[in-house]
Design a protein around this ligand. Structure first.
Ligand code: G3I
Length: 339
């Protein structure tokens, strides 16, 4: 299933090198996905690793793969502190008043992928309620331009790609703990500011890096949060779904079921909201998951262990796979009967 008749898509973050090298992965993407997100190829440090040096080939390859196979592309991500190359950081520090760095970059990239990308993560991860200022992360862009870099980036993006949907993408919004609660509040405050000032924004990207160590997804809080977003006239995309395990002990079947149950609980909450446009998982196979690089704890190495994506490391579908697709189908049926 690639999309429900309500238009909700299922997508995945992918890399062209992996697609080309692994026919099974390629088939799984084509079987499962209506949308893809470049996991790294459209980040600034990938596209322009050095001043004057452009590396378009991987992103071009992905755009071409998407076009050939009729897939939508979420452009990820125009401004993200962590993927800003060193030479840009130096420039922003040297000439913080100049917006040229940003406008030139947006102009080149958004024009090049105008036919491929229908939704851009314009600002990725702007929220920080622990070390930030008024809930905003002190990114290299914040330091150069102040909090208005978000408004300016969205205006620039609308100018460069008038028909694309524009998103802010964020993590840490799912659970019942003080940090996630503060982050939800900070995100709403930011969105309210943008809406009041007539700033172009269409979508809120919810990364949804789920974590079995954080309890059940907080249905009441997510419902309230999503309702406010929808009332602002904004759409919601689940952009980076995966599940971090707490422990790698126990039978694999038990672990996989636990992951699947957590995903089902989360999707049943979010799919009840008509504003939700689709769900993208952050990869398809555990073999390539970024979570393989995350330590579970100082004594447990997750490198070979985490099982938080629809397919295992050998591209065998796990319970999360059927759960994800069943949850999307069930949500569609529910929507039809209440129409
Ligand atoms: O390709 C180079 C390789 O040539 C080099 O030898 C090697 C040495 O470190 O690095 C390789 O690049 C790495 C790249 O992944 C490809 O594997 C980068 O170091 C590494 O930082 C990069 O990590 C990606 C990370 O974003 C930073 O871009 C992860 O794959 C990707 O899953 C992760 O995705 C982020 C989202 O964009 C935003 N939300 C959180 C999510 C997880 O961190």
């Amino acid at each position: 299933m690639t999309a429900t008749s309500a238009g909700r898509y299922v997508g995945a973050a992918v890399r062209i090198d992996q697609i080309n090298a692994e026919p099974q992965l390629r088939s799984a993407i084509l079987r499962d996905c209506g949308s893809i997100t470049p996991e790294i190829h459209m980040k600034w440090d990938s596209l322009q690793p050095e001043r004057g040096v452009w590396n378009f080939a991987p992103a071009d390859g992905l755009a071409s793969f998407a076009r050939t196979n009729g897939l939508k592309v979420r452009g990820h991500a125009l401004l993200w502190d962590q993927s800003t190359p060193g030479w840009v950081r130096d420039q922003l520090k040297a000439t913080p008043n100049s917006w040229n760095h940003i406008s030139r970059y947006f102009g080149t990239v958004m024009n090049r992928y105008r036919n491929a990308v229908d939704e851009w993560d314009v600002v990725n991860e702007p929220i920080d309620t622990e070390g930030g200022v008024n809930g905003l992360r002190k990114t290299v862009f914040y330091n150069a331009y102040g909090s208005s870099y978000i408004e300016r980036a969205l205006h620039e993006a609308r100018f460069r790609a008038p028909t694309a949907r524009l998103a802010i993408n964020e993590y840490g919004l799912e659970y019942d703990n003080p940090v996630d609660e503060a982050r939800r509040v900070a995100m709403l405050r930011l969105l309210e500011r943008l809406r009041q000032n007539g700033v172009p924004i269409d979508v809120v990207g919810i990364q949804a890096h789920l974590d079995l160590g954080k309890g059940a997804p907080h249905g009441a809080a997510i419902n309230a949060f999503f309702s406010v977003i929808a009332d602002m006239g904004l759409k919601i995309a689940i952009t980076e779904l995966d599940v971090k395990e707490v422990s790698a002990s126990g039978a694999v079947s038990t672990r996989d079921q636990r992951v699947a149950d957590h995903v089902r609980a989360y999707l049943d909450i979010v799919n009840a909201h008509p504003a939700v446009m689709g769900v993208t998982t952050w990869g398809l196979s555990d073999r390539h998951s970024w979570l393989q690089n995350q330590p579970v704890s100082p004594t447990v190495n997750a490198a070979r262990l985490n099982r938080g994506l629809p397919y295992d490391a050998n591209l065998r579908a796990k319970p999360m796979h059927s759960t994800l697709h069943q949850a999307m189908t069930d949500a569609e049926l529910a929507a039809v009967t209440t129409r």
